[in-house]
Ligand binder design. Sequence first.
Ligand SMILES: Cc1cc2nc3c(=O)[nH]c(=O)nc-3n(C[C@H](O)[C@H](O)[C@H](O)COP(=O)(O)OP(=O)(O)OC[C@H]3O[C@@H](n4cnc5c(N)ncnc54)[C@H](O)[C@@H]3O)c2cc1C
Length: 547
Amino acid sequence: MASDPYDIVVIGGGHNGLVCAFYCACAGLRVVVLERRSIVGGAAVTEEFAPGFRNSTASYTVSLLHPKIIAEMGLAAQGLTTVQRRMQNFLPLNEREYLAVGRGRTKGEVAKFSRADAERLDAFNARLGALADMVRELLLVTPPKAIETGWIDAVPELLKAAGVARRLSRLDTVAKRDLLALFGQSAGEWLDSWFESDPIKAALGFDAIVGNYASPYGPGTGYVLLHHGIGEVNGIKGAWGHAVGGMGAITKTMAAACKDSGVEIRTGAEVREVLVEEGRAAGVITAAGETFRARAVAANVNPKLLFLSLVDTSLLPADFLDRMRRYRCASGTFRMNVALAELPRFSCLPEPGDHLTAGIVIAPSLGYMDRAYSDARGQGWSKTPIVEILVPSFVDQSLAPEGKHVASLFCQHTAPELPDGSSWDAHREEVADLMIETVDRYAPGFKASVMARSILSPLDLERTFGLVGGDIMHGSLALDQLFSARPVLGHGNYRSPIPGLYMCGAGTHPGGGVSGIPGHNAAREIVKDVPRRSTADTIANIFPGSR
Ligand SMILES: Cc1cc2nc3c(=O)[nH]c(=O)nc-3n(C[C@H](O)[C@H](O)[C@H](O)COP(=O)(O)OP(=O)(O)OC[C@H]3O[C@@H](n4cnc5c(N)ncnc54)[C@H](O)[C@@H]3O)c2cc1C
C-alpha cells in the first residue's frame, strides 16, 4: 500500500526529528514523522514506570535545549516550564564531608578543601566561559564540508571555513592557548593543571565523562567537559534545570508545535528500509510494509543504524561504509528510575534542602572515575561505580503520589559489551542492586526506601530507543567525530552520500544532548535543497539569526 507523496519523511520522532519536521513544515514542506515506539520523544520522554510514579525515562535534565528553538517553536506557549536547580551539583564525599556547587556558594565550598583552589576559581570560570562562548557561536553553523572535488563546490565551503576561522581568530591569545590545551589534553590533565584538591576536580571532571565511556585522563575528554557547559537555563549560562513534567514535557510541546505547523506524526511506524530510486532517496518502507514516498528523507536515528541497517550498503562508497562500521558508539550508560517511600538522607547532609534539587554525584575524585573506567573495561562494571542521582519530585510534585518521590540514577561506566561475552540480560538486576547499594553507602536507608525500580542496561537502551551500543550521544563526542567530521568527514553538513537522504539526529553536529540543534540545522540544509511549495518566506525568515 502506498500513501500520497510527501516532501519529507522523517525517520524517528526523537526531539531532533520533531525539530527538523517543524522547521521543514514552516518552510511549506509536507512532512510526515515515522516513529517506531508508541510515543514520540526518543530519549526525551516521561513515562509511568510504577503505578502512580512517572519520571523521565532516559535523559533527565535540561540545559542544552537551544533558546532559539524554544522561542521559535513556541514551547513555553505550548506549556513548557523549566525550573533551575537551586544548587547545581552536590558531591557527598564521605559520612561528614561534601562539596556543594552553585551560584554564590562554590568558592566558599572549595575553600573547605583548598584556599588556593578557591582563589583560582574565578579565573578558571572566566577562561572556560570564553571557550564555551566560542563553541556556542558554532552551534547553529553548518560545518564546512571539508572535502571537495571541484573548485565550484569548494568556494562556498572555503567561505564557510573562513567564517569559522574568523570566529576563532576573535579569541585572544590566552583563549587560543586554552582551546589548544583543552582539545589537546585530557580533562584530567587540564584540571590537574588548575587545581590541587580532589572535590572540585571531581565536580568539574564529571562533565568530561558523563555520557562518555572514558577515563577523565582519556584523549578528547576536555571537549566533552566543554560540551556540557555550553547550555543555559532561563538565560543562565552553564546552568542545568528540570523540565516540569519531566523531559517528555519538552517533546510533548514539540509534537504539539509540529502538529500546529501541519506535520503528520505516526507512531508504531518502524522504518525497515530507505527506498532509493535512480540513485536518490525516494521514501521509506515500514516494517509493516507500508511505503511512504517523499522527495527527501531525514533520518533522526544513529548514523550507524541508518547506514548499516536501513540503507542498502552496496549504494554507499566503500570508504564511507568502512568508516561507518568503525564509527564509535559507547557512552557506558546504565540508567535507572526508582520509586521512593521517602527522600534520601545523605549522612553528610541529612535534612532536605537545596542539595536535593542538584545533580548529586557519587564520584569523589578523578582517580575514582579513572578506576571505574578501567574496572569496566576489565570486568564490565566497577564495584565502586559512578552514580548521578536526581530527585525531580522534590521540585515537581506531578511525578509521584503525595509524600512519595522518584529518583533518576544515571550510572556511568558500564561496558557497552561485556568483556566475558555474556549478555547484559544476565547481569541487569545484579548491577541495579549494586547501584542502589552504592547510593545507600552515602545515604543509609535509601535501599530500604525503594518501592519499585525500572532498569535500562546499555543493551536495553539499544533495544528501546535504537541507541547503538547504548550510546546516549548517537556516537562518541571524540575529536575525530565532531563538527565537519560528525559522523564522517565530508558529511558533516547533514547530507549523506545518497542524494536526498539527510541526517538530522545527534550523530550530526553538534552532537548529543537534548539541544534540538542537529534537527534545526539539518532542516535549514534540507530547505535549501528541496524546492518549497510556498516560497512566500525566505530561508532567512524561517531560520532567523542562524547561518
Ligand atoms: C539514559 C540517557 C540519559 C541522558 N541524559 C541526558 C540529559 O540529562 N540531558 C541531555 O541533554 N541529554 C541527555 N541524554 C542525551 C539525549 O537524550 C540524546 O542525545 C538525544 O535525546 C538524542 O536525540 P535525537 O532526537 O537525536 O535521537 P533519539 O532521542 O535517540 O530519537 C531517535 C528516535 O528514532 C526512533 N527510531 C529508531 N529506529 C527507528 C526506525 N527504524 N524507524 C522509526 N523510528 C526509529 C527511536 O525510537 C527514537 O524515538 C541522555 C540520553 C540517554 C539515553
